[in-house]
Design a protein around this ligand. Structure first.
Ligand SMILES: [Ca+2]
Ligand SMILES: [Ca+2]
Ligand SMILES: [Ca+2]
Ligand SMILES: [Ca+2]
Length: 311
């Protein structure tokens, strides 16, 4: 009886080996790897590389190039369907991501009159959920979740980024903002982007591009931090902005361009098509805007949506 059971066990064991051997032969036949597709890379996605997506390069995303890919942050500041971290112009809706000179900075945010002047987005702050490394000096500054609200009904105040080194050659900086209240009583109320600082005769001058609501002018100006009203401005250049659209609910953009030598431009636009450029030649800024880039309001209540530095 024992011998009969032992014999039966060997028969079953041999049968099992036979099945296993057949499966191995089935795998080997066809492609040289151990999966069921027709290539030799060991995975089952049908292409010839070793990652798990369906394109033919060796990175782990699903496009067909091999450059380093962004990792999305789940936020789309300009609403163009391209995640902030992957958007070559994060504050200009440009779904096509067109980039004629291939420098990874989109056509939509290049300096239109000077090809090659800018070639990267050096800093992007969506104010989502809130900024870090920013300093306030005057006025009230509050995070709203996707913007920073600056409120200075009867005063003025700065909000600027410290700890970054930008500039040092050609650069551009930009804010996008909305007014959050009706026309203020304070005159002249103004909204500015700060982009440089200059010591001159014992005074500390902050350079700014400013949109003055009451007069409708765009200015290149300097602001003396040692002067407390009534007029701390030194207006270098001023042009009519043509901005007579609805005050609230319309986005406005102020952007400065500096070519690193002597060409300084303040550019204004809004979403209903108004625009203006204030140009100044022969200006020599400090070589670095480190610690001096940011926002400035006087007598205003404004939601700043974003702040960008291009180099
Ligand atoms: Ca986007
Ligand atoms: Ca965009
Ligand atoms: Ca480009
Ligand atoms: Ca924002």
């Amino acid at each position: 009886m024992v011998r009969l059971m032992t014999y039966a066990f060997f028969v079953l064991l041999l049968a099992g080996c036979s099945v296993i051997t057949n499966v191995d032969e089935l795998k080997i036949t066809g492609a040289g790897d151990s999966d069921i597709d027709s290539d030799t890379d060991g995975d089952t996605d049908g292409d010839t590389d070793s990652d798990s997506d369906s394109d033919s390069d060796s990175d782990s995303d699903t496009d067909s190039d091999t450059d380093t890919e962004c990792v999305g942050n789940g936020h789309d500041e300009d609403g163009d369907g391209v995640d902030d971290n992957c958007d070559n112009c994060p504050t200009y809706p440009n779904t096509s991501q067109a980039d004629s000179d291939g420098d990874d900075m989109g056509d939509a945010c290049e300096a239109s009159w000077s090809t090659g002047m800018l070639n990267e987005i050096a800093f992007f702050e969506s104010f989502h959920p809130g900024p870090s490394g920013w300093t306030s000096d005057g006025a009230s500054w509050t995070s709203t979740g996707d913007a920073v609200n600056g409120s200075a009904a009867t005063t003025e105040g700065r909000y600027y980024n410290t700890g970054n080194s930008w500039g040092g050659g050609a650069f551009s900086a930009e804010v996008v903002f909305h007014y959050t209240g009706p026309e203020p009583a304070y005159d002249p109320s103004s909204t500015s982007i700060l982009f440089s600082v200059q010591e001159d005769g014992g005074d500390t001058w902050w350079w700014a591009c400013t949109l003055i609501w009451n007069t409708g002018y765009l200015t290149v100006d300097r602001y003396d931090e040692n002067v407390v009203g009534p007029w701390p401005y030194d207006i270098v250049e001023s042009v009519a902005s043509g901005d007579d659209g609805p005050r609230e609910g319309v986005w406005r953009r102020i952007r400065v361009f500096y070519d690193g030598a002597d060409d300084l431009r303040c550019y204004f636009s809004n979403e209903i098509g108004d625009n203006a450029t204030a140009y100044v030649g022969g200006v020599e800024l400090w070589s670095d805007m480190s610690g001096y880039g940011g926002l400035w309001i006087m007598g205003e209540d404004v939601d700043f949506e974003s702040f960008v530095v291009y180099e």
